[in-house]
Design a protein around this ligand. Structure first.
Ligand code: PEP
Length: 245
C-alpha cells in the first residue's frame, strides 16, 4: 500500500504569526498515523520546522540549479538545508503564471531528488480539456513529460489536481476522480516497478465536508490541500478523515 499523505500548500500566504496554526495542528496531531506535510512560503520553512513536531515541511517550487546567478530563485538544496523534506513541483499556478513546461517540471523534480527531497509532482486538466473529453490524454502527456525516469515510490508523489477544481469549490465526482487515478496508476505501472507504492493525491477544493468521500475512492492515497490547509481548524479534520480512511 502507498503511504497516506495529507499535504497543505499555503501558497503566497503567511508570515511568522501564522505559524501558530502549525503549532495548533501539531498539538492536535502529535503522532499522526499518516504523513502530514505543510508547504509554507520559503520565508517560513526554517521557523516552520521548529514549530511542526511530527509534521513534515515542504517547499512550493525550486530552481533546477543548486546555486548560482539566478536572482530571486531558491534551490532545492537550500530548502532542504532550511528543513524541508519535500517540494511541490508543477503546480498548475506555476504552469499557468510562469509558463512552466513538463520538461522544466521534470528537471525541477530531478533537482529535488538530487537534494534528497521528495518531489510532489502536480498534474491536471483545464476545464476546456475536461469538456473536450481529453482529460486522460492530458494525463498521459503530463506524466510522460514531467515525471523523470528515476522516479520511485520513495522520492515521488503524484498529485492529480484538476485546474478547474483548484480554489473554486468545484469538485469532480468520485467516479471522475476514480477514473483519473486508476489511469494514472496504470500509466505509472508501465514505467515504474514500484508504481503500486507511489502515493497518488487528489487536490482541488478538498475540505472537511468532502474529504471522507474522496479518501474512500480507489487509488486516492491522500490530498494536496490549498485554502483549507491555512487554518488548523480546517485542516485537522481532513487529516483525521485520512487517518480513518
Ligand atoms: C492547490 O492549490 O493545490 C489546491 C488544491 O487548492 P484548493 O484546496 O484551495 O483548491
Amino acid at each position: 500500500m502507498p503511504r497516506k499523505i495529507a499535504a497543505g500548500n499555503w501558497k503566497m500566504n503567511g508570515t511568522a504569526e501564522d505559524l501558530l496554526q502549525l503549532t495548533a495542528l501539531s498539538s492536535a496531531h502529535p503522532d499522526p498515523t499518516v504523513d502530514v506535510i505543510i508547504c509554507p512560503p520559503a520565508t517560513l520553512i526554517s521557523q516552520a520546522r521548529t514549530n511542526a513536531g511530527k509534521i513534515g515541511i515542504g517547499g512550493q517550487d525550486c530552481n533546477t540549479a543548486v546555486s548560482g546567478a539566478h536572482t530571486g530563485e531558491i534551490s532545492a538544496s537550500m530548502m532542504k538545508a532550511a528543513g524541508a523534506t519535500s517540494i511541490i513541483v508543477g503546480h498548475s499556478e506555476r504552469r499557468t503564471d510562469h509558463g512552466e513546461s513538463d520538461a522544466l517540471i521534470a528537471k525541477k523534480a530531478q533537482a529535488a531528488y538530487a537534494a534528497g527531497l521528495v518531489a510532489i509532482i502536480c498534474i491536471g486538466e483545464t476545464l476546456a480539456e475536461r469538456e473536450a473529453g481529453t482529460t486522460l490524454d492530458v494525463m498521459d502527456v503530463q506524466l510522460a513529460g514531467s515525471v523523470p525516469d528515476d522516479a520511485t515510490a520513495a522520492n515521488t508523489v503524484i498529485a492529480y489536481e484538476p485546474v478547474w477544481a483548484i480554489g473554486t469549490g468545484k469538485v469532480p465526482s468520485t467516479e471522475q476522480i476514480a477514473e483519473v487515478h486508476a489511469h494514472i496508476r496504470r500509466v505509472l505501472k508501465v514505467r515504474f516497478a514500484d508504481a503500486n507504492e507511489i502515493p497518488l493525491l487528489y487536490g482541488g477544493s478538498v475540505k472537511d465536508s468532502n474529504a471522507a468521500e474522496i479518501f474512500a475512492v480507489d487509488n486516492v492515497d491522500g490530498a494536496l490541500v490549498g485554502g483549507a490547509s491555512l487554518k488548523a481548524v480546517d485542516f485537522s479534520p481532513i487529516i483525521s478523515a485520512l487517518e480513518k480512511a
